[in-house]
Design a protein around this ligand. Structure first.
Ligand code: NAP
Length: 276
């Protein structure tokens, strides 16, 4: 029996159990994926779970809000991605060492590549992206994009937060702006990494009204509830390529599953488990 699970708080609406149970079944493995709600102040709760990983009782853990940063101090080692992003969403035991990894960044990138397809991007090698938001998921998105040659503008409602994120990647020359202060410009890619548009706030788009999408801009919205946000709907109604966040959710889960089990689960079955 492979015991897997998710640490976070609260965890009531998580789709991860459905995805991982489908992955276990599709790979012919016996196991469970449990929810481990740990209150934000409960350090002992985290320590107890990590003791179970060290003893082999738990084979792997995902981590979500509010613990993605909190768990770092308990790890023996971080992967380069987790270190650069400053957040852990996947924990495993490797050679008796507790390793913190981050599959949000490769999960996003893998799904983005599907959206891009065969399209030629940018002028020369210069591909430009506007990232809205500067919180936890924006950090993973920015890490993924800068490591793949994108030029970035980060826009957040607090300029200070956008600046802090840009300063985490000193080798990259990123622009920052407030959402309200964004000026019309053309981007190859717009990424929403804010919760704006998420249920129940489905009537809103994070895109400031003075910024319009140009004919070749692709749109990627990390929000997956609803499946088609206002931002994605507006983009598609203009004939633009746009994706919601379900693909990233499935990809990051599949990559975590592979880290724990060595098996690469079939994506179509994982999608069916959350979007029948
Ligand atoms: P987070 O760490 O709380 O960051 C949210 C960011 O959005 C912050 O910059 C925040 O600014 C900003 N923001 C919040 N409300 C806003 C508003 N009304 N207007 C403008 N900006 C606002 O959250 P996160 O973990 O990055 O998650 C962001 C979204 O991505 C959520 O909807 C989450 O479900 C989704 N997500 C999807 C996946 C996936 O696999 N598809 C993975 C991770 C996250 P302040 O700090 O000023 O509030």
């Amino acid at each position: 029996m492979i015991q897997l699970g998710l640490i976070g708080y609260p965890l009531g609406h998580s789709l991860s159990p459905k995805i991982h149970v489908a992955a276990l079944k599709a790979c012919g493995l016996e196991g469970n994926y449990s929810l481990f709600p740990v209150h934000p102040d409960d350090r002992q709760g985290l320590k107890d779970l990590f003791a179970r990983v060290r003893s082999g009782g738990i084979a792997g853990l995902n981590v979500t809000i509010p613990h993605k940063q909190n768990v770092i101090e308990f790890m023996d080692e971080l992967t380069p991605a987790a270190k650069a992003i400053g957040a852990v969403n996947t924990i495993c035991l490797r050679e008796n060492r507790l390793v913190g990894d981050n599959t949000d960044a490769p999960g996003f990138l893998s799904d983005l590549k599907q959206l891009i397809g065969n399209r030629e991007l940018g002028i020369g090698n210069s591909k430009s992206s506007l990232v809205l938001g500067a919180g936890g998921s924006a950090r993973a998105v920015v890490y993924a994009l800068v490591n793949n040659g994108w030029n970035l503008t980060i826009a957040a409602r607090r300029l200070e937060q956008a600046g802090q994120l840009a300063n985490s990647f000193p080798a990259c020359n990123m622009k920052t702006a407030t959402l309200a202060g964004l000026r019309p410009s053309t981007f190859d890619l717009l990424v929403n990494a804010t919760p704006v548009g998420m249920t129940p706030d489905t009537g809103h788009s994070p895109l400031p009204e003075n910024i319009s999408l140009s004919p070749n801009t692709m749109v990627y919205d990390l929000v997956y509830n609803p499946r088609e946000t206002k931002l994605v709907k507006d983009a598609r109604s203009q004939g633009l390529s746009a994706a919601g966040g379900l693909g990233m959710l499935v990809e990051q889960a599949a990559l975590s599953f592979e880290i724990w089990t060595g098996r690469n689960p079939p994506r179509d079955i994982l999608f069916q488990s959350v979007d029948p």
